[in-house]
Design a protein around this ligand. Structure first.
Ligand SMILES: [Mg+2]
Length: 337
């Protein structure tokens, strides 16, 4: 059993490890507040989110290093979702006394590794004892060019709807770990699905590329599943959407896993959350330019899954039939009833 870090030891360790300088940072960890310098013609983006043990994560299968990475990535993803870049991060943690220092060290190493990869700096936070679950609350400050930030409210009728990766993989990975028969072999059997669940990537570089291109109208990240997230864009933009089932990108592993767990792939793809790919709309006239731009700059494919129409709601077209899926998912009972 490892020794328990005192709060002072923990803070000084974080302070040593997160010791990064930045042009915009006047004062980081070590005073009552962090002090930042604002740049001209740039807007600040601020987002905060909390992850709670047994609600958002399960430490019985989530290694601390990867959980630290995920905690950073899912928060940074909200900055990527608007075409911004993450700059500064605050981390507040409530940790029960039984959690060993090795766990905490692994978590922090993972958390800071993502910040380093994304060019962001940890500038403060708090650690408290919890008598209940582990709670990790993260605030990210980002920034973007004032004319290039992308919002949910600017989708236009006639736009095509795009996603930046295969959908449902994270939900399938979660299902693998949490299925009644525990699957110790899941990691080796389903590496892509497990990676999607344990260690998703915030698509900052792509978000910035799309924002700077000037070709995109509305954007967000996919955290709650396509059916729900697209409904947010529709609501904010006062439009409707049509999604075509056969155009939704689904990975080979997802198809194989869906057979194993007797789930319809489309269910995971539409309803499953936590993929953290980008969801965006753009005029149909720039579709090829967008595909080419993303492929040339990042070697990545993007996928057109539907189009923005007048009205409201999200309609799924599947084998010649349509059904409403806004804020929900594909209802496979509807086909029989
Ligand atoms: Mg979001």
């Amino acid at each position: 059993m490892g020794h328990t870090l005192s709060e002072r030891e923990l803070i000084s360790r974080i302070r040593r490890q997160a010791n990064r300088t930045d042009q915009g940072l006047v004062k980081g960890i070590g005073d009552d507040c962090a002090v930042l310098r604002n740049a001209e013609n740039r807007l600040s983006l601020i987002t905060t989110d909390a992850l709670v043990e047994s609600v958002h994560f399960d430490i019985s299968w989530h290694p601390p290093f990867l959980l630290g990475r995920k905690t950073a990535s899912v928060n940074i993803s909200d900055i990527a979702a608007m075409g911004g870049i993450p700059r500064f991060v605050l981390l507040a943690m409530a940790v029960p006394a039984v959690v060993e220092s090795e766990w905490l060290t692994g978590f922090l190493d993972g958390f800071l590794s993502v910040l380093d990869e994304q060019g962001a700096v940890l500038i403060g936070g708090d650690t408290v004892r919890s008598t209940g679950p582990i709670v990790c609350s993260v605030t990210v400050l980002g920034e973007g060019d004032k004319d290039r930030i992308l919002y949910r409210h600017s989708a236009q009728v006639g736009d095509l709807i795009w996603v930046s990766g295969t959908l449902g993989d994270a939900a399938a990975g979660l299902a693998m770990f949490s299925s009644i028969v525990r699957r110790p072999s899941a990691l080796t059997e389903w590496p892509e699905l497990c990676k999607a669940h344990l260690d998703p990537t915030a698509e900052v570089e792509l978000g910035l590329l799309l924002a700077v291109s000037g070709l995109v109208h509305a954007m967000m990240d996919i955290s709650d599943g396509l059916a729900t997230d697209l409904a947010h864009i529709c609501e904010e933009s006062r439009v409707g959407a049509q999604v075509f089932a056969e155009q939704i990108p689904i990975s080979d592993q997802l198809v194989a896993a869906s057979r194993e767990l007797a789930v319809l792939p489309l269910d995971w793809a539409l309803r499953g959350g936590e993929d953290y790919h980008l969801l965006f709309t753009a005029s149909s006239t720039v579709g090829e330019r967008l595909e080419k731009l993303v492929y040339e700059k990042m070697g990545k494919a993007i996928y057109c899954v539907g189009r923005i129409v007048e009205g409201n709601g999200v309609a799924l077209f599947n084998s010649g039939k349509s059904q409403e899926i806004a804020f929900g998912g594909f209802d496979h009972f509807a086909r029989h009833g």
